[in-house]
Design a protein around this ligand. Sequence first.
Ligand code: ADP
Ligand code: MG
Length: 308
Amino acid sequence: MIELIHVSKCYRVKGAPSVHALNDVSLTFGERGLVFILGKSGSGKSTLLNVIGGLDRIDSGEIVIQGKSSKNFSQSEFDSYRNTYLGFIFQEYNILPEFTVGQNIALAFELQGKKASKEDLAKILAEVDLSGLEKRKPNELSGGQKQRVAIARALIKNPEVILADEPTGALDSATGKAVFDTLKSLAKTHLVIVVSHDRDFAELYGDRVIELKDGKVISDISKHKIDPSKISSGVSIIGGKTIQIQPGYILQQSDLSLINDYLRNSKEGTIISMDPKANKNFRQLTKTDENGKQDVFASTKPQEVKAF
Ligand code: ADP
Ligand code: MG
């Protein structure tokens, strides 16, 4: 668990007003989940990630890691926090262009003083969805694949926490998606904190979304899955506004009267759609899955933070 308590950080540059990059930030992060840090350029996102990662010092406040204040860290505790507890992923891929995927990963093993067996290599490639690509050179990979090699390298030290600063900043949205899919699956067993300015991705993938403005936290919300309410065996209502009818189900008289109640309140008219593409787009827009479960964000509560 990582806790920031009233953390502030100022940058002072000669001849310019000082910048409050972080201004009294208090946040608690749990053991798992995908947490997005959102905000405009200059809002303090990278500074936040860097102070969490021990790459940057804070001016005031405290950072508590696994119950121990980093103020009381010895140099070796601090080194081990940075080198074994955390894995970093940056926008630039941090991979060696003249080495193959397999060699890049093997090198990361060597840097940890380990020797990569064939099984180790296969396991780590599968984790980032790059199985079978170990003989490729980076220039034979898409941007998203390169970024997943970088993620594989970060995973080799088996970190508890993965910190990623705009990992898809250089990618188009299709390749960016594959990187987020990988991070999302890692977030089942790791805490993954991702800096991004893409709200759509944050809401689609994030378990929690923290928004910064001028170095302050202006919003901290977490995702909940809301079940649809069933009105009969084949009909359910999603979010109070959408009626979902199971494939193959034929409306009964009792359904009809309930549905008519809805229609009476529907000022904009109602669409019944059998177009799979339109329905898919509609589900995306309303953040609803095939079973009618809807993603809804609400203020993060302290007791939720344990999970993410
Ligand atoms: P973001 O990642 O959200 O774009 P940053 O955390 O990089 O924002 O920066 C927050 C603020 O701190 C910005 O105003 C930026 O100009 C300033 N800043 C960041 N790093 C430095 C630095 N090394 N020296 C001076 N100012 C900095
Ligand atoms: Mg930044």
